[in-house]
Ligand binder design. Sequence first.
Ligand SMILES: Nc1ncnc2c1ncn2[C@@H]1O[C@H](COP(=O)(O)OP(=O)(O)OP(=O)(O)O)[C@@H](O)[C@H]1O
Length: 243
Amino acid sequence: MATAIEVRGISKQFVLRHTRSIKEAFVWVMKGRKGDLSKKFHALHDVSLEIEQGETVALLGLNGSGKSTLLKHISGVMLPDTGTVRTRGRVAGLIEVGAGFHPDLSGRDNVYLNGAILGMSEAQISERFDDILEFSEIGDFIDTEVKFYSSGMYLRLAFSVAVHTNPEVFLVDEILAVGDEPFQRKCIAKIKDLADAGKTLVVVSHDLDLVSTICKRGVLLEHGRIILDAPVHEAVRRLRGED
Ligand SMILES: Nc1ncnc2c1ncn2[C@@H]1O[C@H](COP(=O)(O)OP(=O)(O)OP(=O)(O)O)[C@@H](O)[C@H]1O
């Protein structure tokens, strides 16, 4: 089985505190600008992870543990300070509602824009356009500028485009939560179809029952480090403090 995602020793620091008082800045200047004025922290700390093609993986952890940051590194929208990330095949990510959409363009134009970003040609998008529209259930709103869409409508269109690009690797962050229940059910069924078809899935969600039904493997993060990589039920038990 080939490796679909290889994360090797990545670390990512963010600035914890941007503002300083004038007094602190003055002291810093008088001391010859030694040290760093802004305090930093590691959102990810030496994280390594290998995911084989066809694996279904849940990234689990408490708020702020680094799940979304790790997913953004896998999708390529964020670059690590150190370490490397490699992926094989077409990667489609549903990471932030509205990401990859231009607010002033219509839903229709955004399907072409988003499809192109995800690696489809114009002809391929045209060929699949009707299916994309049908799955999204956006209807006549397809010709409305997306700045007037609700967050659920964004999700519908983004999800629909992403699954119709036939991705090898599908990344999904919490955003399914903005969809209404019938659409969520439809998305979940589609995600399961992708998994059954041998696609690689990486999912971030606090819905632990849901991820347990979709994913086989659970990677548990704490303060930016992987503390457990195990069958999903085991990782969920640990997160719930049942171990
Ligand atoms: N662009 C950024 N700039 C500064 N800090 C950031 C940035 N993105 C994330 N962080 C911080 O990094 C830490 C990890 O964030 P991340 O969103 O990855 O956590 P998470 O595990 O997905 O959390 P949640 O369950 O709340 O969604 C948090 O403390 C967050 O505030």
